[in-house]
Ligand binder design. Structure first.
Ligand code: LMR
Length: 402
């Protein structure tokens, strides 16, 4: 007799096998490595000189204030906290454009939630295809595919020079058609650290405007590259050309709020009524996706950005994170001519000039954990381990290549 629970249920049996997410698997791989001098260059979180990802002082102060003053945990609604969304919209677009009636937005669970919502909005707007520069964050294509959109990848970074390849990107995007979207990372490119300069952004924006393509800009590391304003310049140049865009904003990295999942989807539409329609669509989609976003992290960001003393504390902490990343980049770049591109790239990530086999060797022989693609989160390096990292890298690469 068949035991209860083993009866045939077609749906669960029809599921195909899946592999664990490769980036998230790095967290466990690193945890399991018992070597004391192991180095974590895996998942994309900022680390300080001691290898910690601390809660920022500004965040702690805001949390204390929330604890003392919050009088209710009742629902806020599908759009989350509009004061939070308005505050991050000002960071992304600048105060002028942020207050324009063409601009709208809702709070989302992290930048990933914002991207998924952007994909659903695009699908509702009969998006044809999504153009995506490669390499990219491995979750970009799955998020848009999950919304039923065909993703077309094109090469955007030249692996030799480690620079954004404008000519190749423009050639690819000139095939885009009216009703397509282009998913672009606004700064601190994941995984290469190679961003277009402002003139290149403007050229991209001009082409997208000519072709009738909607830019979807992923702004996940504002302030970790060159500064809050500097890291938004490319995005604003695109907007000046296209007039319309969706912007997926993440506070997870620049406020160090990773597990709180803090983000927003910002929309810039053709006019006030198009913006109102966009917002209504965002709200209907949000209700079906996650109903309402989690509040705590957004309340922290809103508290920081609405208090000048807390805001300057946060900006100081952000600039310390940025300066540490830049200093590590300089040290690594000086370590070998092949690593020179790392010195002019930005943000947490760069690609190491090694093969997937050498990535495995780096991990198994030297306890240095990078992503399987060769992506390294440079925040895992410090004055104490950078020399060992450089020597180990040299050891896994054949002499003739160095
Ligand atoms: C990363 O790229 O490592 C991070 O953004 C973490 C993630 O969700 O993949």
């Amino acid at each position: 007799m068949m035991a209860t629970g083993t009866k045939s249920a077609h749906i669960l049996e029809a599921l195909r096998d899946e592999q664990p997410d490769q980036l998230l698997a790095l967290i466990d791989d690193y945890r399991r490595d018992a070597r004391e001098d192991k180095i974590d260059l895996g998942v994309g979180v900022y680390r300080d000189e001691a290898g910690e990802t601390p809660v920022l002082d500004a965040v702690k102060a805001a949390e204390r204030r929330i604890l003392e003053t919050q009088s209710s945990k009742s629902y806020l609604g599908s759009e989350g906290d509009p004061t939070f969304t308005a505050a991050v919209t000002r960071l992304a677009l600048g105060a002028g454009l942020a207050s324009d009636a063409r601009v709208t937005g809702v709070q989302t669970p992290g930048g990933t939630g914002a991207l998924r919502l952007a994909a659903e909005v695009a699908a509702r707007g009969d998006c044809g295809r999504v153009w995506l520069g490669e390499p990219s964050w491995p979750n970009h294509a799955p998020i848009f595919s999950a919304a039923g959109l065909p993703v077309v990848a094109f090469r955007s970074v030249d692996p030799g020079s480690g620079r954004f390849d404008l000519a190749v990107a423009l050639e690819a995007l000139s095939e885009a058609r009216l009703g397509d979207c282009a998913l672009l990372q606004a700064s601190c490119h994941n995984p290469t650290g190679a961003d277009p300069d402002v003139d290149q952004w403007r050229e991209i924006g001009r082409l997208l405007a000519q072709r009738g393509v909607l830019p979807i800009l992923d702004l996940a590391y504002q302030g970790l590259g060159d500064g809050i304003e500097q890291d938004a310049r490319g995005l604003r140049a695109v907007l000046e050309e296209t007039g319309q865009a969706l912007i997926a904003y993440s506070c997870n990295k620049n406020f160090g709020l990773y597990r709180e999942r803090v983000g927003a989807l910002i929309g810039v539409a053709a006019g006030p009524s198009a913006a109102a329609r966009l917002k209504a669509n965002m709200l209907v989609l949000t209700r079906a996706l996650w109903s309402m976003p989690p509040d705590h992290g957004a309340a922290v960001v809103r508290t920081i950005l609405s208090d000048p003393a807390l805001e300057s504390c946060w900006l100081r902490e952000l600039s310390m994170m940025r300066e540490r990343l830049r200093s590590i980049r300089r040290t690594v770049a000086a370590g070998h001519p092949l690593l020179e591109p790392i010195g002019r790239q930005r943000g947490l990530f760069s690609m190491l000039p090694i093969t997937p086999v050498q990535v495995v060797e780096l991990r198994t022989r030297h306890g240095i954990h990078a992503a399987p693609s060769g992506r390294a989160n440079l925040a895992g390096l410090s004055r104490t381990n950078v020399e060992r990292f450089l020597r180990s890298l040299e050891a896994v690469v054949e002499q003739r290549q160095w």
